[in-house]
Structure formats: structure tokens, C-alpha cells
Design a protein around this ligand. Structure first.
Ligand code: UDX
Length: 436
């Protein structure tokens, strides 16, 4: 099958590489020439373990091609998979301008029947709109079918998730198009949900919003655990053993970030409001997430005020929104640093994906320093905050850091360490919803 994937972000690049490895003839198209050039050289434009190796393998196979000529890519593909970004507008709505551009390009280039699969996360009603818009612009609905095909991959395990999906959702009104896509995805051996456009679109938003809800729920429980001296990790374990609840996404911490949860929760809130529905739960999910960094920063500053003179030097361990990615979008660590700036003389950042200040949101902020070793980061620091649970931070010998730090205080924003180990190491340990 000849498949064109438009948009070479996380989802598009992973999808293109995996489909090529399944012996399809794949064209990956993006308007960003720099990105296309990198991919042509076999270099991924983001960090994603395992995917770089498969890209190199596919590079010489002749199965995978990268281009910035979107029109030609559309003409060549029998199936067009759209994976362009749908970022948040200031009012929370999804910005559909890239999808609109792709729709116009398809309308101007279509030459024969094509299945158009929308993998971008788009608000309910968008696939129906796209189908009607294309029919009007092209002058016929015979040349294409639109299928909603949401993607559920996680950054950091994008390749695994694409090769082992827990479900494949196809929404549309054409059994011909759905059958073609089912044939393509059959080797991945997942269950199929065949449904209409609106249901498929809502499955994606509801899934992400529910996972975000689990996180904000346990984060609120963590605040209660803090007050009563309970341990939220054990509470989560006890809850998770109930298969009706499930153990995943119950890790309390400084909140969720990334390119999906914050944006999708906001977009679903916006959709609900537009429909006259009061999205009470989703607004609470967002509010807990927004205030979680501040809540735990307050716990840290209480300890600091009692122990250290202002302005402080703070070590921040991890800036990405989670480990194994270089993605800083909506990272709670960034919110944490923003809130810290006014109290500090220096904020030292250590993150395996960051070598210089230009790789942070504060390239010209004199208070921000980027470090390369744990010793350099913690030296004479008044406190450290663990924001991202990178594996290498699990190997820190905290006992050895006590004489290096000015005040051996640690806020563990991901409950990455065990309180008793930290106590034994001589660290003043503050966790999220755990006795410390
Ligand atoms: C998410 C969804 O998991 C994926 O299905 C969807 O396609 C895109 O959005 P991703 O954003 O890559 O994937 O990351 P994920 O692993 O889900 O984590 C999101 C955020 O939640 C991270 O900041 C993480 O630290 C946080 N998180 C996750 C918690 O705070 N607690 C948890 O228990 C789980």
C-alpha cells in the first residue's frame, strides 16, 4: 500500500517509520524543510529510544521517503494519514489551522480515490466538517473517505505503543475506507473499535482526560495524606489492587505535563462549555494540576525559610515533562522554576537533554545556570528539587551530597526515593503525600 503521512512530529514520524517497517511504501511529508532534511539523513528531530535505530534500518530500505512537497506526497498516496499538530489557542480551543491547510492542499491535489485518516487529536465534529469541506471544495465526495483514527502513543515509548496498541479506533461512514485501514493495521494485532466520527473523536479526548483525572485525583489525595501523615504511595497501591480502579496513573507528584494532557483537557472543557455543559470534573482536574507545583513549593519554602537565608540557590533535577524524552512542553518543572525565580539568586538545572541555557525557556536569564554533573548542580545549594524521574537521578548517592550542599534539603516532586533511605542519608526530605 502507498501511504502518505502528513506532519512529522512524534505521532507522524513514528507512524511513518512503523508502517514502512511493515513493508508499506511510505512518504512522510512536512512543511518544515529543516526537519525533513534531518530525517533524510536518518536523524530523528526528537529523542525517542529505539525509533532512531528503526529509522536507520528503514533509511536504506527504499520503503520510506521524506519530503516537503506536500502536493506530490498527497498525489502519490492511496492512504493519507494526517498527523499535524492541534495546539491550544489562548481560550483553550484546539487550533485547527494546520489541518485547514492540509485540507486545502488535499482539495487542490487530489487525483484519484484516497482514504484520509485523521490521527491528529481534533475536537468532536472535526472529521465530519473535514468530509463536508472537502466534498464542497473538490466538487464531489466520490474521491475520498474521511476516517477518524486517533492515536494513543506515549512519548518515551512511542515505538512500543505503536507496535503494540491496546486498541485501534476507526470512526467514519465508509465501510470501504474502514476495511482498507483495518487491513493496514491487522498485523499489529489489536482489537478494533469501528464506530462513527464523533464517537471516535470523543474516545480520544475522554481517554486522555480520564488519565489526567486519575493523576489529579491522586494528587489531591496526596495533599490530604500530607496533612494526616498517611503515605499516598501505599494508598495508591491499595486502590490499584482493585481491578475496577487499576494501578496505573496513580503516581502522585508535581502534576502532569506534555503535549497532550494539558491541551486535551482544556479542549474538552471548551467543547463541553460550547454545548452548554458545565464541565465541573475537568475544571477541577485542571485546577489541581495548575496548583500542584505551587502547593509543594510552599512546603519547600516553609522548610527553607526556617533553615536558609534568602536569596537561595536551588538545584532543579529534570526539566522535561517526563523522563526519556527531550520534550519540555507544559512541563511542571518549568512552572516550578518560574515560581522559584523571585526567591533565588541562582537556579541550577541538570537534565540529560539540556547542555546550554538556549535549550531552556530562559536563554537570557542570568539566574539560570545549566550544569552537567550532579556535584556541580548540588554544590552549595540550599535545596534540590527532583522534577523529572530520570534513571540517572536514581543512582545519586545522597549521603555523599550532604557535605556538598549548603542545606541538604530535597523536595522529591515525583516520589522517586524512599523516605527512610533519605533519612538514613541525612537529607531533609520532603515528598508528595508521604511522611518525611
Ligand atoms: C499521554 C497519553 O498517555 C497517551 O496515550 C496520549 O496519546 C498522549 O498523552 P504522554 O503525554 O507521552 O502520553 O505521557 P504520559 O506517560 O501519559 O505522562 C503524561 C504526564 O503525566 C507526565 O508529565 C507524567 O509525569 C504525568 N504522570 C503520569 C503522573 O504525574 N502520574 C502518573 O501516574 C502518570
Amino acid at each position: 500500500m502507498k501511504i502518505t503521512v502528513i506532519g512529522s512530529g512524534y505521532v507522524g514520524t513514528t507512524t511513518a517509520i512503523v508502517l514502512a517497517s511493515m513493508h508499506h511504501q511510505v512518504i512522510s511529508a512536512d512543511v518544515d524543510r529543516g526537519k525533513v532534511e534531518k530525517l533524510r539523513r536518518g536523524v530523528l528531530p526528537f529523542v525517542e529510544s529505539g525509533l532512531d535505530k528503526l529509522l536507520c534500518e528503514m533509511h536504506g530500505s527504499g520503503q520510506l521517503e521524506f519530503t516537503s512537497n506536500i502536493e506530490a506526497a498527497i498525489r502519490d498516496g492511496q492512504v493519507i494519514i494526517i498527523t499535524v499538530g492541534t495546539p491550544s489557542l489562548p481560550d483553550g480551543r484546539a487550533d485547527l489551522r494546520y489541518l485547514q491547510t492540509v485540507a486545502d492542499t488535499i482539495a487542490g491535489s487530489i487525483n484519484e480515490y484516497k482514504v484520509i485518516a485523521v490521527k491528529s487529536t481534533v475536537p468532536v465534529g472535526t472529521n465530519r466538517w473535514l468530509s463536508e469541506y472537502l466534498a464542497e471544495k473538490i466538487g464531489t465526495a466520490e474521491l475520498f473517505d474521511v476516517v477518524s483514527n486517533p492515536e494513543f502513543l506515549r512519548e518515551g515509548s512511542a515505538l512500543y505503543d505503536t507496535l503494540h496498541p491496546e486498541r485501534t479506533v476507526l470512526g467514519g461512514n465508509s465501510s470501504r475506507a474502514m476495511a482498507i485501514l483495518q487491513e493496514i493495521y491487522k498485523p499489529l494485532d489489536s482489537g478494533f473499535i469501528l464506530t462513527d466520527w464523533e464517537t471516535a473523536e470523543l474516545i480520544k479526548y475522554a481517554s486522555n482526560a480520564f488519565l489526567a483525572t486519575k493523576i489529579s485525583f491522586i494528587n489531591e489525595v496526596a495533599r490530604t495524606a500530607d496533612q494526616v501523615g498517611a503515605d499516598v504511595t501505599t494508598v495508591a497501591r491499595g486502590m490499584g489492587m482493585d481491578t475496577r480502579i487499576g494501578s496505573q496513573f496513580l503516581k502522585a507528584g508535581i502534576g502532569y505535563g506534555g503535549s497532550c494532557f494539558p491541551k486535551d483537557v482544556k479542549a474538552l472543557i471548551h467543547t463541553a462549555k460550547e454545548l452548554g455543559i458545565d464541565p465541573k470534573i475537568l475544571e477541577a482536574v485542571e485546577a489541581v494540576n495548575r496548583t500542584q507545583t505551587e502547593y509543594y513549593l510552599n512546603k519547600l519554602t516553609d522548610v527553607l525559610l526556617a533553615n536558609a537565608k534568602k536569596p537561595w540557590t536551588i538545584a532543579v533535577l529534570g526539566l522535561t515533562f517526563k523522563p526519556d524524552t527531550d520534550d519540555q512542553r507544559e512541563s511542571p518543572a518549568i512552572r516550578m522554576v518560574e515560581q522559584l525565580l523571585e526567591h533565588c539568586i541562582e537556579i541550577r538545572i541538570l537534565d540529560p537533554t539540556i547542555q546550554m541555557p538556549t535549550q531552556t525557556p530562559w536563554p537570557d536569564e542570568p539566574k539560570i545556570a545549566v550544569c552537567s554533573t550532579i556535584e556541580e548542580t548540588l554544590s552549595a545549594a540550599d535545596a534540590a528539587i527532583l522534577c523529572t524521574e530520570w534513571e540517572q537521578f536514581g543512582k545519586i548517592n545522597w549521603k555523599e551530597t550532604v557535605p556538598i550542599m549548603r542545606h541538604p534539603i530535597l523536595l522529591d516532586g515525583r516520589n522517586y526515593y524512599e523516605p527512610e533511605h533519605m533519612k538514613a542519608a541525612g537529607i531533609h526530605y520532603i515528598a508528595v503525600g508521604r511522611r518525611s
